[in-house]
Design a protein around this ligand. Structure first.
Ligand code: PLP
Length: 437
């Protein structure tokens, strides 16, 4: 490998570059649930790329929509000009968002969606005559991308350590994972709803009239698939309402069927004021993200004089025509193949499969799941848990299964097209690898 391909110049993100380059893992083709690796092996994709390829790889409907679009209109600016597909897409996305969150802004990544949401929140409060509402409350273990706003409200210390004070008007509420009370809970843990009360204490500490918004992932994704305890999200909603604070659900992972619904907001029956989304919007094929805003938030901006630009924000590639075509095709596939319901119907098998790993080895500290997302959390009984997680990842990969190792846990999040036998295969591979620890 090293002889045929120069690996020196590329600086890889979120990767131990030196380690990777000693033993590179390259993917060269993809189809359905599988990748082909550079050493010509079939690799079952147990993480849908990176929680994004929800319709599976190289779906023919999506591939042909992209081909057609790129040959017809490859690019059009979205500043003061537009193309029809972006309006079609905004209407389609708004049909999936909770009622009243019908105004859609487009970006290119989850990180950009979060920055957009945060800037609009600040602008909204300023326009309403509350310019002092500038603080954001995030949550420990939260991940909201890597730009300055998202890094600031995130709750993964390693992501912030080198970068100074960032956006400093931020505080975090505690995460909800406590293995002493909820280890091996299937789906929603029954313990922990009371942890939402800490938000109110935090707000009172800051003076709630200075807080602009609370931003959380309804299910913590990259931080380890931490499922909200029963009643937790409803309480968070109520506390935000009590103090007129906006609630942002970052649904970059949980959107578009990962939990068997359009959005986690629908699954948990809690309506936020703003939803950020990306990944499943285009099934990862072309970068695109979006933010759904409550209609009156948008309206606040629209009360500017009719000839003025209402929002000084946007990206060169906002609403890109090729990404729009990809997203429209992906949304069509979700509908035609009834993939959100499919995810829901596979949830019990997925849950049982993951939880069958409980107790096979004392290095397994916890197993968590909801919808088609799950995590296996390791402890230090057999050496440092981070190393265990990486070892399991590598051995699974050697056996033809791609998962994602992050800190001391592994995540599993197959495409919504996953077959029952492929879920079982994920379980068998994990069992044989963990057994040998
Ligand atoms: C909840 C959440 N928000 C934001 C992001 C950032 O998205 P991106 O990597 O597309 O910038 C991610 C990425 O995993 C995410 O999981």
């Amino acid at each position: 490998m090293k002889n045929s391909l120069n690996l020196d110049n590329y600086w890889m993100p979120f990767t131990a570059n030196q380690l990777f380059k000693e033993n590179p893992r390259l993917l060269v083709e993809s189809s359905g649930m599988y990748y082909t690796s550079h050493d010509d092996r079939n690799i079952l994709d147990g993480v849908a790329g990176l929680w994004c390829c929800n319709v599976g790889h190289c779906h023919p409907t999506v591939v042909s929509a992209i081909r057609e679009q790129v040959g017809k209109l490859d690019y059009s600016t979205i500043f003061n000009m537009a193309h029809p597909k972006i309006f079609e897409l905004a209407e389609k996305v708004s049909s999936l968002t909770p009622e009243g969150l019908d105004r859609i802004f487009f970006g290119n990544s989850g990180s950009e969606a979060v920055e957009t949401a945060m800037k609009v929140v600040l602008g909204y409060h300023a326009l309403r005559g509350e310019p002092n509402r500038t603080k954001f409350i995030g949550r420990e273990k939260g991940y909201h991308g890597v730009n300055f706003g998202g890094t600031s409200v995130g709750g993964i210390p390693l992501n912030k350590d080198l970068f100074g004070s960032l956006f400093s008007d931020v505080d975090l509420i505690p995460h909800t994972w406590n293995p002493a009370y909820m280890a091996f809970s299937k789906g929603v843990p029954s313990w922990g709803g009371h942890l939402a009360d800490i938000l109110e204490e935090k707000l009172l500490l800051h003076d709630p009239s200075t807080v602009a918004a609370v931003i959380i992932e309804p299910v913590t994704g990259s931080g380890g698939v931490i499922v909200p305890p029963e009643g937790y999200l409803k309480k968070i909603r109520d506390i935000c309402d009590k103090y007129n604070i906006l609630l942002i659900f970052d649904e970059v992972i949980t959107g578009f069927g990962r939990l068997g619904h359009s959005f986690a907001a629908e699954r948990f029956q809690v309506r936020p004021d703003i939803i950020t989304m990306a990944k499943g919007l285009t099934s990862g094929v072309i970068p695109m993200s979006a933010v759904a805003f409550r209609n009156d938030i948008h309206q606040e901006f629209m009360s500017a004089s009719p000839d003025s630009i209402e929002l000084f924000h946007g990206y060169t590639y906002s609403g890109h025509p090729v990404a729009s075509a990809a997203a429209l095709a992906v949304l069509e596939v979700y509908e035609e193949e009834d993939l959100f319901n499919r995810a829901l119907s596979l949830e019990t098998l997925f849950e049982d499969t993951l939880h069958s790993l409980k107790g096979i080895n004392d290095s397994v500290l916890d197993i968590r799941n909801i919808g088609l997302m799950g995590a296996i959390h390791f402890n230090d009984n057999k050496g440092p848990a981070n190393a265990t997680s990486m070892k399991v990842f590598q051995e699974c990969y050697d056996q033809g299964l791609l998962l994602r190792s992050s800190a001391d846990y592994l995540v599993i999040s197959p495409a919504l097209i996953v077959q029952e036998e492929q879920i079982l295969k994920i379980g068998e591979t994990l069992k044989s690898v963990i057994n040998k620890l």
